[in-house]
Design a protein around this ligand. Structure first.
Ligand SMILES: [Zn+2]
Length: 219
């Protein structure tokens, strides 16, 4: 999805369901695992539909599903599809260091507010029983430090990008303002430039938010 695309452009997709199903069947015959990079809700659903169709076709012929399908990124998943990775045996590979608003708000004009607010929601996928893995997808030297697993784990937990130090979505949630992508179950905004206490937002077990200042944030 590019900034120069028209506002009604919905993005392109590399393969439709039928072609991807044939690919899965071919890979299953040859014993080749498949790793696909998907970004939007349409591509996520297409991939799930293709896995389901391939597995059903194999089951109908008495053949076995032998390969592992992994979907990387998965930045926007329709709520109706959150449970499907667990049911279909798909690994969801979360590019965690993107989840602190790394790409800014450019996608909002294409997705609209409602879907933009639902980006980077991985809790439901994990809670449904799917295997969730972390990775960086870093392929450039200027981003190399972002491939550090600890960097990714920090952004996964805080949803705050240490490079851009974008305003923490969770704090705006706590203040009753509109959500931004990927609001977490709990988070904090650590001030990495000093040892001063950080603003921390916690979501309690009862679902309430509370804001406090603390030197240590644990999740
Ligand atoms: Zn990618």
């Amino acid at each position: 999805m590019c900034n120069h695309a028209s506002a009604d452009h919905r993005g392109d997709i590399g393969m439709e369901t039928a072609e991807l199903t044939r690919c899965f069947l071919l890979c299953n015959t040859e014993g080749v695992d498949v790793h696909i990079h998907v970004v939007g809700d349409r591509s996520f659903r297409t991939a799930c539909d293709a896995v389901e169709a391939a597995r059903n076709e194999l089951a109908a012929t008495g053949d076995a599903w032998r390969i592992q399908v992994t979907l990387a990124h998965c930045e926007l998943v329709d709520p109706a599809d959150m449970h499907r990775p667990a049911e279909l045996g798909i690994i969801v590979n979360w590019t965690t260091h993107w989840s602190g608003a790394y790409f800014g708000e450019a996608a909002k004009k294409h997705l609209g507010d409602e879907r933009w607010d639902r980006m980077y929601r991985f809790n439901e996928i994990a809670e449904s029983g799917a295997l969730l893995t972390f990775s960086s997808d870093v392929v450039t030297s200027y981003e190399l430090h972002r491939s550090n697993p600890l960097f990714g784990m920090q952004v996964a937990a805080t949803r705050v990008d240490p490079d851009t130090r974008s305003p923490p979505a969770c704090i705006r949630v706590a203040l009753g303002q509109r959500r931004t992508p990927g609001f977490p179950v709990s988070c904090c905004w650590p001030d990495t430039r000093s040892t001063a206490p950080s603003n921390c937002v916690w979501r309690t077990r009862s679902g309430h938010w509370r804001l406090e200042r603390s030197r240590i944030c644990a999740f």
